[in-house]
Design a protein around this ligand. Sequence first.
Ligand SMILES: Nc1ncnc2c1ncn2[C@@H]1O[C@H](COP(=O)(O)OP(=O)(O)OP(=O)(O)O)[C@@H](O)[C@H]1O
Ligand SMILES: [Mg+2]
Length: 268
Amino acid sequence: MEENETVISLENVTVRLAGRTVLDNVGFEVKRGEFVAVLGPNGAGKTMLMKLLLGLLKQAEGSVTVLGKPPRRGNREIGYAPQHRVLETDLALRARDVVGLGLDGNRWGIWLSGRKREELIDNVLKEMDVYRLGNAPAGQLSGGEQQRVLIAQALIADPEILLLDEPLSNLDITHAQEVILLLTKRLCPSKQKGAHICHERKVTIMLVTHDINPLLPIVDKVLYMSDGRGVMGTPEEIITSETLSKLYRTKVEVVRSGGRVFVAGAET
Ligand SMILES: Nc1ncnc2c1ncn2[C@@H]1O[C@H](COP(=O)(O)OP(=O)(O)OP(=O)(O)O)[C@@H](O)[C@H]1O
Ligand SMILES: [Mg+2]
């Protein structure tokens, strides 16, 4: 593994859908082991960016590489938890089967014994605090429970990159904190606090959120988006009145208080 290896790279990327520019000349690099929070108001292009990295959309201009190659669908090196409830209410599949889908097609898929597979599913269900719901029909779980099942599915194959689209938005405070702690552990198994000075990081995470505050202790960078445009840097560089006013093209006020950061004058 190369140190400081770039795992995601976008150069002057523009994506158009139905004649609309949904990503507008976006460029950034993510290094292996970085934890990037993706922020920005509704319609900014956060989900479209994830879809681009998953190979579900194609850019009209610019270049995109993920783990050194153009994005491709079904890449098992990427774990993805989509934003919205995607499970149909009449989905009879058990929660544990939904989680297991995260293993199918994986490099282990071929030789993973039934027992080993069930064990992996049990472990990740426990990690996400949905073990007791493993046999329940997935479609009948609550929004937050489904969210945790889908995060479990994204984590189970131990992917190189995790793309998590608003994984915390349906969760109560306790479960949100648990998920953050879990991600911190994945980032740096031996060190759960101050994970950004960890040298053993493997997994790279891009996580969409509307609230950066709970993530400030562990986030390396933020990608702030507005109207298809984006700027990336450390939270200190990006979450400033000057940078955000420029991005939003309107006056934005950033207030810091008690270790927290508040953005006023613009929707986040
Ligand atoms: N198929 C499509 N055709 C045209 N425009 C689309 C299509 N899909 C999405 N868009 C537009 O792309 C823009 C970016 O959408 P996206 O879903 O990435 O926003 P987002 O930043 O994830 O917002 P949210 O916080 O609401 O999830 C929106 O204006 C949306 O209307
Ligand atoms: Mg979205």
